[in-house]
Ligand binder design. Structure first.
Ligand SMILES: [Zn+2]
Length: 230
């Protein structure tokens, strides 16, 4: 065993852009074991498992110490995968023709993955004349722990400050539970004011066109979110 573990491979480092900041970082490709961790997570279709695998693998590949938003991880992972195991990922895509529904094998070029534009959206959302909230991008640690479909939970992790008249309350571990209780009591009309923020969070995406091999329908699809790239 000792002799085998002495075998070392040199791994090349190269530059990649962090979408949220536009900074360049040095990265190195991931390894065989990392690829396996991710595949198992992706096949589980479990959001928390995917996020945690993503975080651990991408962190190992970034040479420098950086602070990343969730969508940075998504983007960097797809770029790293292209460099590490090949640029083509084969996915199963269901034909748009509802009478057909055939699952086609479609090749996706991971080098064509882009990040939707990071819009300069105002993080401060006015809820009433007196009350406003300041939003933040949910840290990946949180994204890995919560059920994103739980609105109260997702919101409470995405609020940095609550502004009530002249009073500014910073949200941290000490008042998070209180915030969750408060949010649960908010009228549902408020969520319509907050929705644009969530809709504007950048995602990694790419377009694929394919002709259904069964019925000939030309399908055009936007792949968005990591789970759709496998
Ligand atoms: Zn078809």
């Amino acid at each position: 065993m000792g002799e085998l573990s002495n075998i070392k491979f040199t791994t090349p480092e190269y530059d990649e852009i962090i979408p949220s900041t536009g900074e360049t970082v040095k990265v190195k490709p991931f390894k065989v074991g990392d690829e396996k961790t991710l595949m198992i997570a992706a096949e589980s279709k479990d959001q928390k498992q995917i996020v945690n695998a993503l975080k651990s693998v991408v962190n190992k590949c970034i040479v420098e110490d950086v602070n990343l938003a969730y969508f940075d991880y998504e983007y960097l992972f797809l770029k790293l995968r292209a460099k590490s195991v090949g640029e083509i990922s084969t996915i199963l895509a269901t034909c748009d023709n509802t009478e057909c529904g055939h699952k086609n094998k479609v090749e996706v070029d991971l080098e064509s993955v882009k990040i939707s534009e990071v819009k300069k959206i105002d993080p401060i959302i006015k809820l009433t004349d007196d009350v406003a909230i300041k939003m933040k991008h949910m840290p990946i640690d949180e994204a890995g722990r919560i059920d994103v479909k739980d609105t109260v939970e997702a919101l409470s992790k995405s609020i940095e400050q609550v502004i009530n008249g002249d009073e500014v309350v910073n949200i941290d571990k000490s008042n998070e539970a209180e915030l969750r209780k408060t949010i649960a009591d908010w009228p549902t009309t408020i969520t319509t004011k907050i929705r644009p923020w969530f809709e504007n969070i950048p995602r990694a995406y790419c377009h694929v066109d394919f002709t259904c091999s069964k019925c000939g329908t030309v399908n055009s699809r936007k792949l968005e979110g990591l789970e759709n790239f496998f």
